[in-house]
Design a binder for this molecule. Sequence first.
Ligand code: ATP
Ligand code: LTN
Length: 329
Amino acid sequence: MKRMLSGIKPTGQLTLGNYIGALRNFVSYQDDYEMIVFIANLHCITEYQDPADLRKNLTDAVALYLACGLDPNKSTIFLQTDVHAHAELGYIMACNTYLGELNRMTQFKDKSAKGEKNMTAGLYTYPCLMAADILLYDANYVPVGEDQKQHVELTRDIAQRFNNKYGETFVIPEPLIAKVGARIMSLSDPSKKMSKSDETNKGCIYLLDDLKTARKKIMSAVTDSIGVIQLDKANQPGLYNLIEIASALSGRTMEDIVNEYSGQGYGKLKTYVADVVCSEMEKIQNRYNEIIASRQIEKILIDGAEKASKIADKTLQDVKKKIGLEIKY
Ligand code: ATP
Ligand code: LTN
């Protein structure tokens, strides 16, 4: 069975974008692949997090993984810091990455271009840690949203270079990007990705938003003044985004939805999108509440970390031996 690995940062509440672009795909893959999913808590402290908020977000992220359908009997679910090999291989990967490569990473470039102050060294070397996350597990595929493709490509370059230098060590991973929903846009500004770190909160639906709030955000989503329901991403990006959300969640094609609503007002279509989103969120939230009440999270994480460590420690041992870091006793 081929292996698949992915991670999500618990920087804030998980969003509908995370669900459509990442989480729900993990769930659909877990029957056909050996799925490894972790909470990237080391990645999230590249920017300051309030400790109390972070603690709550960690629990919520695991509970939401499970609520969305990840099954600990099928998938390995753990916290990045519970498997020490991540930080150690992350450092080794940083020693095998060139500054020029890190300077080219769009996520980093965008942040520096915006003139963000107090950018940390951790933010800069973040892709090296991400490479370690993936390479520790010999992952064949890495399902991610569009924004992470470049990081997986860098991981491939680092792995190939390492293999050439030290001999076959790492499996070369491939990014896996879903056709629909790989980049869900903000509801208030469809030129931007729907993001947890949305300052206004209006453009972003959090999976734990109450359903009334979620509906309101959809009903007031920014569209256009063209007034025709059709698929024109360039001129009607807001409308396109809403149809894409409904398509991803309902399993209907975007064309099918357009056919049903063409000739009608945007309000009708928005009501349909809100119905689809709220019905999915309601299911997730009910499961989430059950999971929180059942207090099973800790045990799942302990078991997950034990399973993950077995694989990761072996890879790290091999890497250290190949580099010459170890004395044979
Ligand atoms: P931020 O929103 O703060 O930039 P993030 O949500 O992108 O953070 P993660 O939580 O680590 O960062 O993302 C987890 C996964 O969700 C990644 O695979 C990412 O590509 C995907 N993802 C995030 N936002 C979207 C979106 N708007 N549309 C589709 N996929 C997304
Ligand atoms: N960088 C990713 C989160 C992440 C990840 C990973 C995804 C950290 N390590 C390994 C896939 C594989 C993000 O910001 N979304």
